[in-house]
Ligand binder design. Structure first.
Ligand code: IMP
Length: 223
């Protein structure tokens, strides 16, 4: 395991929602990061079949291009009744057919249609999890991976305008609101009494990253 000693890192993502959440999580450690978009980096093709492979592809490309340590996030929604789909293809399910970008209302509807086709109408038939794998890669190619998961239930119709992506259809276990109805601090799991675990998949992966790679002197965050 290698400590992160550099103060400047790059978040290897073009996804504004992810970049905002990762910067929230880095903040308490005195770190802030510019994104791959700020450096005009191209988005590498994600050809892997695991979150770990795709996270490495993104972090390695950004670290090689900038000479800075790069932190990437590969994440997705895995629905049990759909044999783990959309999984690593979660972003692809949102691609518009005319290639003009992503539409998450459409993507959430696709997941719902697939669940309806399976006859999954009761909450216990609609279980799944968000998964996030963070990869920290240095310009010399050394990489560390951290995985976080949050179990939950898929609801319909979507609820809430907060967060991003599939947040409005995901109700994390132990809660009666969706991620789309939670302010960022609650989605991260920073409300009083939660301790260091975090709630969201990203916060949980981040907590492992912070414990492992951030030097003791840099600690002090509540993530
Ligand atoms: P990728 O990691 O760039 O392949 O894309 C991850 C996909 O999962 C995107 O479509 C995101 O919108 C979705 N996703 C990942 N994390 C979250 C989350 O915290 N909330 C909602 N959607 C998410």
């Amino acid at each position: 395991m290698r400590f992160l000693t550099e103060r400047e890192i790059i978040v290897a993502s073009h996804n504004a929602g992810k970049v905002a959440e990762i910067n929230d999580l880095l903040g308490p450690y005195g770190l802030s990061a510019r994104s791959a978009k700020d450096f005009n980096l191209p988005e590498p093709e994600e050809t892997g079949t695991t979150f770990e492979e795709n996270a490495f592809t993104k972090a390695h490309a950004a670290a090689s291009a900038t000479g800075l340590p790069a932190l990437s996030d590969d994440s997705g929604l895995c629905v049990d009744a759909l044999d783990g789909a959309p999984g690593v293809y979660t972003a692809d399910w949102a691609e518009k057919e005319d290639g003009s970008g992503r539409d998450f209302d459409m993507a959430m509807r696709k997941v719902e249609d697939a669940l309806q086709k399976k006859g999954a109408v009761h909450p216990e038939q609609r279980t799944g999890r968000f998964v996030a794998v963070l990869c920290l890669c240095w310009p010399d190619g050394h990489a560390e991976h951290f995985r976080g998961e949050i179990e939950g239930t898929l609801v319909w119709p979507p609820r809430g305008q907060l967060g991003f992506g599939y947040d409005p259809v995901f109700m994390p276990e132990g809660h009666d609101v969706t991620f789309g109805e939670m302010p960022a601090s609650e989605k991260h799991g920073w409300e009083a009494g939660r301790g260091d675990l975090g709630l969201s998949h990203r916060a949980r992966a981040f907590a492992k990253f912070a414990t492992t790679c951030l030097e003791p002197g840099m600690k002090g965050g509540s993530a």
